[in-house]
Write a protein that binds this ligand. Sequence first.
Ligand code: PEP
Ligand code: MG
Length: 834
Amino acid sequence: MTSTETVSTIFVPYGQGRGRGLDQAELGAHGVEVDRLVALGLPVVPGLTVPASHAASLAQPDVARVAVDLLQQLAGRKFGDATHPMLIRLLASTPQSGAGVRADLPGLGITAASAPALDEIVGSEEAIYEFFAAIIRYVGEHGAGIPGDDFADAQFTASSHAERVEKFLELSSAAGFPFPDDPAGQLARAAEATMRRWASPRARRLRRGQGLPEQLGLALHVQAIRVGAPETCGYGVAESRDPATGAFAPVGTFRRVISHMAADNRPGEPLDNLPGGRELLASALRTLELHMRGAALVEFEVRDAELALLAARRVERPAPRTAIRLALDLAEAGVIDDVTAVGSIRTSDIETLLHPQLQLTGRETEFAHGLPAAAGAAVGRIALSSERAVEWSENGDPVILVAAETSPGDLPGILAAKAIVTVRGGLAAHAAVVARGLGRPAVCGATAIRIDRAGGTVTCAGQSLTEGELISIDGSSGAVYAGAIHVVPPRPGGDLETLLRHADRVRRLGIRANADNGRDAALAIQNGAEGVGLCRTEHQFLGDRLPLVRRYLLAADADEEAAALVELAAAQKEDFLDLLAATGNRPVTVRLLDAPLHEFLGEEAQEVNPMLGLRGVRLALMRTELYPAQARALFSAWVDLAAAGVTPELEVMVPLVALAGELASAAESIHRAAADVEARTGVSVPYTVGTMVETPRAALIADQLAGIAQFLSFGTNDLTQLTYGFSRDDVEAQLLTAYTEQKLLPVSPFASLDPDGVGALIRTAITQARKVRPAIKLGICGEHGGDPASIELCERLGLDYVSCSPSRVPGARLAAAHAAVAVSAPWPVNAARE
Ligand code: PEP
Ligand code: MG
C-alpha cells in the first residue's frame, strides 16, 4: 500500500459491495445482506467490509487506522468524544452464513482511561469492562498464543470486572504482547487474531467436517457502535409476525444496552417502549417481508432514538399459522400468486393445525412406540377392554383403549376412548382405519407392549403401568408416554379455509371422503369433500348392530336367513337415510357388504385365511339375497329423500371382484333391486354400478370390468396386500419396520402407494378400462387417498378423484393442489417443499 487513498479502496462501505462488482465470496454473507438492506432503503448501522481477498491486511496498523478514520466519518462520531463516543465491532463472515468459526468482537476501542466515562454513559456498571476484558483475552489467546488457562486463573483471582481488565492487561504485557491503547492498534490486533484463528488447524478441521473448502475466504466487517444513554439507546431482536395469530404485528424485545453486551442480565422491554417509537421498525419489517417473500427477523439498534439494522434474515420454518397468514398476505399484496401461496404450505402444517398436539419439552421419555396410525394427541386412563373404556368414559374419565388389536365388536370402546393403542396391526388394519375415520388419534403395531388383562398391567421395556394410570399418545409420531402431557387443542382458524379455497382452484383431482354414516359425511363435507368416495356398509353393522349381522351370517336355514335379512335391511335403510341426507346432492359411492367373516364372527368364521376367503362379492354369490336387499334399502332411502328434494348421485359399488362374471352377477342383482323399488314406488332411481379394483386380477382385466362398470375405484389397501402378498394386518409393525430400516423399502407400501408394482397395475387398469369406456370415472379409496405422495402419484396416473377419511380431507385438498403443480412443472416441486 502506498498511500491512505490507495488503502481506502480496499474498504467497502456498507451498501456499495455489489455496486463495486464484488460477489458473495468477497463480501461474505453479511456484506451481501447489508448491501441488500441498503438497496431497500432501510437504515443500516454504519460499517465497512474488508473483502476476503484483502482481509489479512486489516492486521496492519496503518490499514486499521484508515478503517477507523473512515468509520468515524460514516458514523459522524469520534472516539473519545465526551458526549457522543463510539466503539468498534469487528465481525467476520463467510460466503454461506453460519459456516466456520464465529467471530464477533463488539467493543474495540475501549481504553483503561476511557472505560469509566463510557460505563457512566451507558449507565450499566462495569458492562464496558466486561467487553474490554473479553477483547483482551481474545486477542491474547488467538493472536499472541497466551494460554487460555492463564486468563482463567487471572479471572479467578479478580474480584471485579475492572480488576479483571487490569490483570488481563498485565498478563498480556508480561507475555510480551502489550494490549494497544488506541482503537486502530486494537482493531489491527483483533483482525490478526481473527485471521490466525481462521487459519488454525482446528478451524480447518471444522471446515472439513462441515464439508467446506479449507481455504474458504473470510470477509471482515467493521461497524461503528454509537455509545449512548439508556433513555435513547438500545439493542434488540424483532420478528415480523405474531406467533399467536400469524398476523403481521412485530414482536420482540429490546434492552437498553450496547448490542451483544453479554454482561447485562436485565429482562428485555417490549417494543412499545422503543426510543423513537416502533413505527420505523414495523415499516422496515414490512419492506423486508415483501422483499424476502417470507417472515422477517431483524437485529437492530437504536442510537439517539434512531433505528439502524444490524442483521436481517428470513424465518425459515415459520409456525403453520404464521406460514398460512403470511402466504395469504403476500398473495393479497400481489407479491406472489395463489399457486405460490398454496405451494408454500406443507400438508404437515395442516395436520398440526387441525389436530391436537402434545406440548413436549424434549425431556420426556417414551413408554412405547408404534406406527403413527391416526394423527392427533390425547391423554387418558389406560382401559384394557372395550367395556372398561365405555364404563369409565360414562363416568366422565378420559380413557385410552389399549388392546392387542381391535375388531368390529370393540367399536363402542373405540367410540368411548379419546385414543387407541394397539400391539398388533398396521396402517390399513381395522383399528387404524376406524380411528382415522372417527378422527381419533391412534398408535398401532406397538409390538414391544405386553398386555396382561387379567393382572391389569401393560408392560414395555421393563416399565409397567397399571390399568387406570394416565398415558399420553401422539398419533402423528407413534409415541406413547407414561403420565399426562399437556395437550394443545387445534385452532385451525379462518385463514386455513381461505388457503384451501385457493388450493381448490389449483387442483385437478376431485376430493371425496370415506364416510360410513351421516356424522362422518357431514364432517367430510364441512372439511371440503365433494362427495363420499366409499361408504363401507359393513361398518354400519358394528357395535349394537353386530348381533343382527351375526344372525344373518350364522342363519341355520333359508327362513332364518330371510328373517334376519329383513331386519338388516330395515336398519340399513335408516343408516342410508342419514348418510344420503348429510351428503346432499353430491356423489356417494355405497359399497355393498365386504365383511371378512372373522371380523364379525371371530372363531366361528372357521376360515384359515379370512382375508382371502368368503369376502365381498364372493359372499354375495353364496347368499344371493344379500346384495339385492342392501340395494333395495339404498334405493328406497333415495326415493324418500328425493321426495324432500334431496337427490344424491348414487354409485353402487361391488367389492373384491376378480372375475368379470362376479361383477356381472352382482350388477344384475342391483338392477333387479332397482326394478323392484320402481315397481313399488313408481320412481326410477338414477344410479350407476361400479366395482372396486382391489385384486391384481381385477386390475389386469379392467377392460372386461369396464364393459359392465361405469366407474372403478382402486382399493389400494387390498391391492397392496395382494400385490406384495403382505398381510395388511400382520406385516406392518415388525416386518415392514425391519424392511424400511434395512432400506429394502423406502416406506411402508400401506402408507404410501408403491409406484412400481401397485402403481403399474393401476396404470394398466386405467389404460385398459378407458379403451372400452373412455369416460369411465376413476378414483381411489384405499388409505393412500389421504397420503400426499400417493396423491401425487394419483395425479400422475390421471385418476379423477381421491377419497380419504374425513379428517384428512383438508390435507388432501392441499396435496392435490401441490400434485397438480408438480405434475405440470418441469422440475420436481415436491422435493423442495417437504
Ligand atoms: C381397500 O381395500 O383399499 C379398501 C378401500 O377396502 P377395505 O379397506 O374396506 O378392504
Ligand atoms: Mg378392500
